[in-house]
Each structure stands twice: as C-alpha cells, then as structure tokens.
Design a protein around this ligand. Structure first.
Ligand code: F6P
Length: 322
C-alpha cells in the first residue's frame, strides 16, 4: 500500500483534527502518501481531495471542529454514489481509507470495505460515546467538560435565586453526556433515553429534598429522553411542586472548542493505530481503546451492538444526590 485517504464524517467532535494529524503523520512515517478528503464521503463522490504533508496538519492539535469538514452524505447511501466514489478513489490511486466518525459513518466505511473491497479502518469520534469497542470515543471527554462548565455556572445562579434548573445536554440516542455531567456536577436527577423516566417519582424526591433544606436543584436531561425535552419536564415539575423552574438548553456549544488532553492523546493513539492496521493489510475494522489498550473490532459491531451507559451509575447518582 502506497497511498491512503482520510476523512471525517457525521457530527463533528473535538479531537477530530488531532486524529487527522495522527493519520497524516503516521502515514508519512510508514512511507505512505496521505490524501485529505473534504466533507466526508461526499468528498469522495465529488473528487474533492488534496494531498497532505507534515505541515498541512501543523497547528491543528488544539483546534475544535475538523479542517477536512464533515457531512452526512445521502448520495453515498446509493449504489450509484458508491460506484462514483470508488472510481474516484481508484483514479486518485488511493488504496485504503481511514474514516473518522460515529456509527453512521462506519456503515459507509463497511460498504467501502465489503461491497467494494477498499481497505477501510474506522476511528471512533462522537461526543455521544455510544460506540461499542472503545471505552471512549474522541470528543466525549471535551463535550462533557464543556457541558459541566456551563452547569457549574448555572448552579451559581440557581443557588442565588433558590431555583430549580432543568438543563438539556446533547444525546439523541445516548445519555452518556447527561449521566457524566449529572454525576460530576452534583445534579439531583438525570433523565436519559436508555431508561423510562418516572416524572411523578422525581417530583416527590425533589419536594422531599426541599423539606430537608435543599434550596435549589439541578436536573440534567439528554435531548433524546422520551419525556419530550427540557421545557415539557420543567412544566410538569412546576405544576407538581410549585417550584420556580428555569430551563437551559446547551445545544451545539458542546460540539465545539479545544479538545481536552484525554481527547488529544486518544486521537493520536487511534489515528496511528488505524494506519498500522491498514499497513498490516487489515480492513473493515475499528480501532478503540479498552482498559487503556488498543483493541481492534469489527466495524459492524458499532451499529449491531450499540454501547449503552453503565446503569449502576444511575444508582450512584441517587445515593450521592440524597
Ligand atoms: O451525534 C452527535 C450529536 O451531537 C448528537 O448528540 C445530537 O443529537 C446530534 O449530533 C445533532 O446533530 P446535528 O448537528 O445534525 O443537529
């Protein structure tokens, strides 16, 4: 193998740039030429690619977002789109591809590897941390800390005004950020898509907390929780308890910003590991870190066995929040 491509796909996450840097620099270290593909799979279809060198990834390790840009490509879902993409890869002499993204991106990677026989390796990057085969996906640690910083600030004003705050964090299908922030931020309650939420029970606990002398409370809700979002929950709490309730939806600010040390090192390790797998002749695999060791798993595990949150942490939250 002489020439590989790298792309970022799906929702961006802090640390993607550090992963691109790792793929480019370790690719060159292994004697390969490395091509950067713009806007994910869309860039392969549109032949939007450029050769990268050591300095094209200089000064990006601390930058959020992705210099290659990202997209969720509809065209690549079609056979016609895939055919065009493969013909462009062949034209460019690209013999292997590193896909940095989440489970949706890995479905595309699996198509390239399986149906089209283009060696492809996935690097897990998603703030949702819901990808099987790795303890952490790139971006989760930064996103959780960004949300936590916001929650800490809200706590200040919540205490000053004796208010209850419902704070919505990202996670359409995953409660990972919500649970992490609830534990780290000392929240009273957390509502996540992985469980059925008991709003009346939660209201009873909040009222009991007030009776014990709590003057303010924080409730964290993941955007995908089945209760229907922070505003609906706030209304129900207000009706059931009479508390003064405010809502804060953190949104996309959680996806941006400079990556944490954990995310940068993780991105460096996984980017380099992905190149090593291609050099070894592997394909259709994802590299991850499990118990601090690099592990290689089948790409399709990412969507067949979706990673869920550690449910024991919900009990811990209840104990610590009492
Ligand atoms: O997958 C990451 C994520 O940030 C989810 O937590 C969120 O639901 C989704 O992406 C938002 O996607 P978009 O940026 O397309 O609105």
């Amino acid at each position: 193998m002489d020439r590989i491509g790298v792309l970022t796909s799906g929702g961006d996450s802090p640390g993607m740039n550090a992963a691109i840097r790792a793929v480019v620099r370790s690719g060159i270290y292994h004697g390969l030429s490395v091509v950067g593909i713009r806007r994910g799979f869309e860039g392969i279809i549109r032949d939007d690619m450029r050769e990268m060198n050591l300095s094209s990834v200089g000064g990006i390790i601390d930058r959020g977002g992705t210099i290659l840009e990202s997209a969720r490509s509809e065209a690549f879902r079609t056979k016609e789109g895939q055919k065009k993409a493969v013909s462009n890869l062949k034209k460019q002499g690209i013999e292997g591809v590193v896909v940095i993204g989440g489970d949706g991106s890995f479905r595309g990677a699996h198509e390239l590897a399986g149906a089209w026989q283009i060696p492809t390796i996935g690097v897990p990057a998603s703030i949702d941390n819901d990808i099987t085969g790795t303890d952490f996906s790139i971006g989760f640690d930064t996103a959780a800390n960004t949300a936590l910083d916001a929650i800490d600030r809200i706590r200040d004003t919540a205490a000053s005004h004796e208010r209850l705050f419902v704070i919505e964090v990202m996670g359409r299908l995953s409660g990972a950020i919500a649970l992490e922030c609830a534990l780290a931020g000392g929240a009273e309650e957390v509502l996540i898509p992985e469980t059925v939420s008991d709003i009346p029970g939660m209201c009873r606990r909040l009222v009991a907390g007030r009776k014990r002398g709590k003057t303010s409370s924080i409730i964290i809700i993941a955007e995908g929780d089945e209760t229907g979002g922070a505003f609906k929950v706030a209304e129900q709490i207000s009706d059931a308890s009479g508390f003064e309730v405010r809502v804060s939806v953190l949104g996309h600010l959680q996806r941006g910003g400079s990556p944490s040390a954990l995310d940068r090192v993780l991105a460096g390790r996984l980017g380099a590991a992905a190149v090593e797998q291609l050099v070894k002749g592997q394909s259709d695999k994802m590299v991850g870190v499990v118990a601090n060791q690099i592990e290689v798993s089948n790409l399709e595990y990412a969507w067949k066995f979706r990673k869920t949150v550690d449910m024991s942490l919900l009990n811990l939250l209840e104990v610590l929040a009492s």
